[in-house]
Design a protein around this ligand. Structure first.
Ligand code: GCU
Length: 672
């Protein structure tokens, strides 16, 4: 009996611990020190700001801090001014962001930069690919936190608690919008039952400054309204949308707007009726405009038998530049294909000069090992944001082309496809939480460096497991040397490792079909669309490997501004990381370091596997610094990642070897 009771107790406490450790994300309970908060104004958001200070203060004990809402022209939208003991902002949301910044600095030992801190993007949005039945497209952390199949319209206390925790986590990193449903949108989302559930979600998110948006199905007037057409220029269709929008705003007065995937991957859209993306987007924009709503119109388009899928978005959208309403933003994936481990930036960035354009990143790891791999995506997004488009001369980096620094866009925005589900730790892998965190931080400040973001996240997420003390942490000693430094290095190297063992040298889209997890460079069943099969992308034959996008090939390089266009076109100047993205080369092509292309490919695959093994060694030594649940869970994930990395290397090299007809180099096993 005693054994049963004690094992039950053990199970209970470890479940509790598990929940606490995973669930708290980077907002972990700390023993707070006393603080006086002075705030003359009142609002639900300010109540939260005050409470956060009392719950988490790690600064001088007994200090006084003033929260002041006062108009200041240097402070933009929800920015703030942080000085010594005063947080000033134009809005209560600005105050809340200032509070989180101050607390973050206290906990991470960072020095507040002081002065004005304005967000890079006005709209910082998480896109949830959640379906009304609770499943999540490309979700690897359980079912939706918003929707469910059983008893779909009852709102429980647990639902509310979860939505509130979700909102708080977002607010703490500056995210201010959530699209609640999948871009492959069910028309059902616009029916009253779903809108009423969305209303409750909105009410929980509102005090944290998070607005809600919905993805809409372009053919909703047909499926819901009983119309024969969804032609955007049909007056009855326009009227249907106007009424629907009015209805939504009567239920959710601060509704953010629509996200639309149209005429893309089989989704209905204006092209079904011989109309353009601009016709479709503008019709919805006109319906939303009286209420201040936005249309985020996706540029993720490609069709069967296109000579080069990478070119289509640019070809379709560039002629429409300047034809969109002010409240339309074109949402563009970071690369021209589809969230691959490495892609050059989409040529639409900076090229559309008279239209608001927003980057779309994928936080969920569809092509990067699901919730299994430890891959810190911040370095990938930083690489994209820092890429120079040259569109307005040197220094026209993607960040500045989209955040309003270069073009006077009416609205600036950025979106991340969420990795959140009902799993206890939210994201399926403890390290995947870092990607949610990094997305928010970069959306707030697109000049941040991944090293800083990783540093903050590790401190917030793991410090205190071994030494539960209050007061400002100084981050000296063992913890820093033996945990922070190596784990940070692992995070910084993790994306390059994944590129190495999956798709080195610019290879892309060679994953297994449908699941998009393991390797599948051979997959090409008869009758399937060629642009869905890996051989379309790697083009391997006995002649060589790679997709020729030079002038002699598909000429995708001409979508980039000079000098990039020539740089990519010329094999001697094309960065090796994009070599096989832009060039088809013989197996014995000489790389910069003298190796043949084949040998280099072998070497890189092998390096990737070795890097994962190094990560395992780093984590194996993390035991003393992390609670056992998280320690073991991450250890298990890395073990699985290593197995999959070996599979990638063996499968790809064996497959490509039938074409290269060259041996695996004898010195492949070199230290990393
Ligand atoms: C990818 C992904 C789909 C998704 C699509 C999109 O193709 O595999 O699940 O719907 O991107 O972004 O629309």
């Amino acid at each position: 009996m005693k054994v049963i009771i004690s094992s039950f107790f053990f199970l209970f406490t470890s479940l509790l611990l598990h929940a606490q450790n995973g669930h708290q994300l980077w907002l972990r309970d700390k023993k707070a020190l006393p603080v006086h908060v002075i705030c003359k104004q009142n609002s639900p958001t300010l109540t939260i700001a005050r409470q956060e200070l009392h719950d988490s203060w790690q600064g001088a004990p007994g200090a006084t801090i003033s929260l002041i809402i006062k108009k200041d022209r240097a402070v933009k939208v929800d920015g703030f001014k942080l000085n010594e003991n005063v947080i000033q902002a134009n809005t209560d949301k600005g105050i809340l962001y200032g509070v989180y910044e101050l607390l973050r600095n206290q906990q991470t030992g960072g020095k507040p930069k002081g002065g004005v801190d304005n967000p890079s993007y006005q709209f910082r949005i998480l896109d949830h690919w959640d379906n009304p039945d609770g499943s999540i497209e490309r979700g690897y952390a359980g079912n939706s936190i918003f929707w469910r199949k059983q008893d779909p319209f009852t709102v429980t206390d647990e639902d509310k608690k979860l939505w509130q925790e979700y909102a708080r986590a977002n607010a703490s990193i500056g995210i201010n919008g959530s699209v609640l449903n999948n871009v492959n949108a069910s028309p059902m989302i616009l029916t009253p039952d779903y809108l009423n559930r969305a209303k409750v979600i909105a009410s929980l998110l509102r005090p944290y400054g998070v607005k809600i948006y919905l993805s809409v199905n372009f053919a909703s007037p047909v499926s819901l309204g009983g119309f024969k057409t969804a032609d955007p220029l049909d007056p009855a269709v326009m009227a249907w949308w106007k009424n629907k929008v009015k209805e939504i705003y009567s239920i959710i007065p601060d509704f953010g707007g629509f996200l639309v995937k149209a005429s893309s991957e089989g989704q209905p859209g204006p092209q079904n009726y011989g109309r353009t993306h601009a016709d479709g987007a503008n019709m919805l924009a006109d319906a939303l405009n009286p209420f201040g709503g936005l249309v985020m119109w996706r540029a993720f388009v490609y069709s069967a038998n296109n000579e080069d899928r990478a070119k289509q978005a640019y070809d379709e959208f560039m002629p429409l530049d300047g034809k969109f309403r002010d409240n339309v933003i074109i949402q563009v994936k970071n690369g021209p294909i589809d969230f691959q481990a490495r892609e050059p930036f989409s040529p639409l960035f900076g090229a559309m000069k008279k239209t608001s354009v927003m980057p779309e990143f994928q936080v969920t790891q569809e092509y990067l090992g699901h919730a299994v791999y430890v891959v810190f995506l911040s370095t990938m997004w930083e690489e994209c944001l820092q890429s120079d488009t040259y569109q307005q001369g040197k220094g026209s980096i993607v960040a500045r082309c989209t955040d309003g620094s270069i073009f006077p866009q009416k609205n600036t925005a950025i979106a991340g496809v969420s990795n959140i589900g009902l799993d206890t730790n939210w994201c399926g892998n403890h390290f995947a939480q870092a990607n949610w965190y990094a997305f928010g931080r970069l959306a707030w400040n697109d000049t941040l460096k991944s090293g800083q973001i990783a540093d903050e996240w590790i401190k917030l997420t793991f410090y205190g497991d071994s030494s539960q003390k209050s007061g400002e942490a100084d981050y000296t000693g063992d913890w820093t040397k033996n945990f922070l430094v190596p784990v940070k290095q692992m995070m910084i190297d993790s994306r390059e490792a994944a590129v190495n063992f999956m798709t080195p040298l610019g290879l892309h889209h060679i994953m297994s079909a449908n699941g998009h997890y393991g390797p599948g460079p051979w997959w090409a069943p008869k009758g399937i669309r060629p642009d869905w099969t890996p051989p379309y992308y790697h083009q391997a034959s006995t002649n060589g490997i790679g997709f020729d996008r030079t002038k002699k090939g598909s000429d995708a390089i001409s979508q980039y501004h000079e000098p990039l266009s020539s740089e990519f076109n010329n094999v001697a100047t094309c960065p090796e990381k994009f070599l096989l993205w832009f060039h088809h080369l013989p197996w014995d092509y000489k790389m910069k370091d003298g190796r043949t292309l084949w040998d280099d490919l072998c070497y890189r695959y092998d390096t990737g596997v070795n890097q994962v093994r190094e990560f395992q060694k780093i984590w194996d030594k993390a035991g003393p610094f992390v609670d056992s649940t998280r320690f073991m869970e991450v250890q298990r994930k890395l073990r699985e990642q290593e197995i999959n990395a070996v599979l990638w290397k063996d499968a790809c090299l064996l497959y490509f070897q039938q074409f290269s007809r060259m041996p695996i180099p004898y010195d492949i096993e070199r230290p990393v």
